[in-house]
Design a binder for this molecule. Structure first.
Ligand code: HSE
Length: 398
């Protein structure tokens, strides 16, 4: 069984390493050796053990009929989309770790795969090494999924944990996450929540069977979270986590990505460092939670290679994952209800006028006060907080 890798960065080189390290057990599991024939990358890698496999033109892989499995670990939508589509049309199955590609073009690429009787799979695109995609598209297909709450970005969870536990500086800890191979090429996608947004869009598409446009999901990242926010969190006995949330509302879902103040009795409170977790509530199953390394070369490569084994075991047979290109109209996010933690420079009397019932959480800081609102809709909160003014920061309570 011949394979190719497109993109020899952190994940692509990790895939080559897993294929080499575990080659005997992979051959046993597939029934024949899984051999890497090409690596596509524009860069040169002199002295690399796979030096002889490098090509610079994807068409060399397209036209080689021996190659049945292609790994896409380039990242970004283009040229990954053009290359992946060409591979599927040439009768090759593809696995990718590229959530930007899957979130934007997943439904379309799945149709191309179906037409060509091959498969397009992406276990590594969400949750790194956690097998959440196959869990949702196979094991939990007996359930209606009512809610998913995910810590699904390793970079930001690593940063938040270090800021909380060691008071680490935001820029320094981001640089560390980058050097560990956790962050995206442009880490804005991590810290501004775009990566988590694409991941919850993919998970919601898979459980709804329709296509979620990630642009419809209200998304906030962690770039505004400060050490003072962590001091308030500590005083409240909570932690701050970037959560991607999806909940069934009638025939659709309401989705949001934002930092939340999480209590210790939630399992997500205990998910630290680069670890990710996805908590899933099914209408029959109840709660279940999936936990593991969410980023990094080898955990992510492990998921890619697991997909390669799946593809090798299912040649010439399209396996339906249930993700159509019909758009899912998400529920109106302004109707979602939360309690909100607010820091403001407004006077206490004005706070009570605008919000009536509040619970104070103060740190004895000059010129500001912290309070928690009663539960209210996003729309109502937006109106009341605009009327109050002096808002320094807002974090939702989980
Ligand atoms: N940048 C991503 C993260 C990589 O930090 O989770 C894994 O998708």
């Amino acid at each position: 069984m011949k394979a190719a890798i497109m993109g020899y960065g952190t994940i692509g080189s990790g895939v080559a390493k897993v294929l080499e390290t575990n080659k005997d057990v992979l051959a046993e599991r597939i029934g024949e050796p899984l051999e890497l024939k090409y690596i596509l990358d524009l860069r040169d890698f002199p002295g690399d053990p796979n030096e002889k496999l490098f090509v610079k033109d994807y068409k060399e892989i397209v036209k080689d009929k021996d190659v049945k499995i292609v790994v896409e670990t380039m990242g970004g939508v283009e040229p990954a989309f053009t290359f992946v589509k060409a591979m599927l049309e040439a009768g090759k199955s593809v696995t990718t770790s590229n959530k930007a590609l899957v979130a934007d073009k997943g439904a379309e690429l799945m149709q191309v795969a179906e037409k060509n009787n091959v498969n397009f799979v992406f276990e590594a695109a969400v949750g790194g090494g956690i097998p959440i995609i196959r869990t949702l598209t196979a094991c939990l297909t007996g359930d209606v999924i009512e809610e998913m709450s995910a810590i699904c970005n390793g970079t930001t969870n690593y940063m938040l944990t270090n800021m909380e536990q060691f008071g680490s500086d935001y820029a320094e800890i981001l640089a560390e996450a980058q050097s560990l191979g956790y962050a995206e090429k442009d880490p804005t996608a991590d810290v501004e929540g775009h990566d988590s947004c694409r991941k919850i869009a993919i998970l919601t598409s898979l459980v709804s069977g329709k296509n979620v446009d990630f642009n419809d999901i209200p998304t906030e990242g962690i770039s505004k979270i400060s050490s003072t926010d962590f001091k308030y969190a500590k005083a409240m006995g909570r932690s701050i986590k970037l959560i991607a949330h999806s909940i069934k509302v009638g025939d659709t879902y309401a989705c949001r990505v934002a930092p939340f103040l999480v209590k210790p009795d939630s399992m997500l409170y205990h998910v630290s460092g680069v670890m990710n977790a996805v908590s899933v509530r099914g209408n029959m199953l109840g709660e279940s939670m999936y936990y593991g390394a969410g980023a990094g070369a080898l955990p992510t490569a492990s998921a890619v290679v697991g997909d390669m084994v799946f593809l090798a075991r299912n040649p010439g047979k399209y396996i339906k994952l249930g993700w159509s290109d019909e758009k899912l109209e998400l529920a109106n996010p302004t109707k979602e209800k939360h309690r909100f933690f607010v820091r403001t420079s407004a006077l206490q009397s004005n706070i009570e006028n605008e919000f009536e019932e509040v619970e104070y959480s103060t740190l004895d800081l000059d010129n500001e006060v912290g309070f928690i609102t009663a539960e209210m809709s996003e729309a109502e909160f937006a109106e009341r907080s605009a009327a109050l003014g002096g808002i320094i920061s807002v974090i939702r309570m989980y």
